[in-house]
Design a protein around this ligand. Structure first.
Ligand SMILES: O=C(O)C(=O)C[C@H](O)C(=O)CO
Ligand SMILES: [Zn+2]
Length: 280
């Protein structure tokens, strides 16, 4: 598994573009009938891209669970949230089958031994984006369609940041150990997410961007507030935000992204906002 170790802001200020991308950007997550994964030491978050085209794919396919996690199976001491951002598919978790339509989410509890993924149509494969975090207690595996997510309308078209935050894995929707996940969609004409920017001192965050129209990109901003950097992100790529970094982004068009957080608490608003005048 691709391991990303922790970074220090003092070092990162000297990284060039390639070094920044190597450390924080996750590319090529979706390989047909494979599981591609990155293990980040920021709050020990794992991101997996699972892309079953012709075959049924196990969550730990190609992963040396004993070596990477020191356990008998992947979710022995972990919980996970999965979104389908492709064609219609299915997840089978310890024998229970869940139909996964576009933008459906499944929370999978700690202790789930076997998890399989498949597509309903190889011509339009499902694309599963999974985030997993360490867990100490087994809660309830829960299917969460977008209709069940808590909606938060935020921003304004005058400041090009009108968007809906859909909180799927959130304390108002279900119990988890530490994982929070949701999906934010920007309205046509809006490009900024999370402006004013904020830092995540108590919880890391990781994002994947999609629904970026062809020929467009998202500028993901990171770094210390007084010394920002950016990483250009394409459709279906993910980007790791370490706790010391600001978080905000702007696209060359509107887009959708999935965010996931893990760390000290599950209070969605536990972020430290930075006044725009302070950003450099
Ligand atoms: O658009 C937004 O604002 C968000 O989606 C907020 C993120 O979820 C976030 O950064 C929470 O820390
Ligand atoms: Zn954030």
């Amino acid at each position: 598994m691709d391991i990303r170790y922790l970074t220090n802001p003092k070092d990162v200020r000297n990284y060039n573009t390639d070094e920044l991308r190597k450390e924080f950007l996750v590319q090529n997550l979706y390989e047909p009938d494979e599981v591609v994964g990155v293990y980040s030491h920021a709050d020990r978050v794992v991101v997996l891209g699972i892309y079953p085209v012709h075959e049924t794919v196990s969550v730990s396919q190609g992963i040396d669970v004993k070596k990477d996690f020191g356990t008998q199976y992947f979710l022995e001491r972990r919980e996970a949230g999965v979104f389908n951002i492709g064609g219609k598919g299915k997840i089978i978790a310890d024998g229970q089958e869940y139909e996964m339509n576009y933008k459906d989410c499944l929370y999978i509890a700690k202790g789930t031994k076997e998890v399989f993924f498949l597509s309903c149509n190889a011509e339009e494969p499902a694309r599963f984006y999974l985030i997993s975090t360490p867990a100490h207690k087994a809660f309830q595996t829960t299917y969460i369609p977008i209709a069940n997510a808590k909606k938060r309308q935020i921003g304004d078209s005058k400041t090009a940041n009108k968007r809906v935050i859909n909180q799927f894995i959130h304390p108002d929707v279900l119990e988890t150990c530490q994982l929070s996940m949701g999906m934010t969609s920007l309205e046509t004409g809006s490009v900024w997410n999370t402006m004013p920017a904020h830092t995540h001192e108590r919880r890391m965050e990781i994002y994947t961007y999609f629904e970026i129209p062809h020929g467009n990109k998202v500028f993901h901003f990171m770094g210390r507030p007084e010394e920002t950097r950016h990483i250009l992100v394409d459709n279906y790529e993910a980007v790791i935000s370490p706790p010391w970094s600001i978080h905000c982004g702007a696209g060359t068009s509107n887009y959708t992204f999935i965010w996931a957080m893990a760390g000290e608490n599950r209070a969605f608003d536990d972020m430290d906002n930075i006044a725009i005048e302070k950003l450099k």
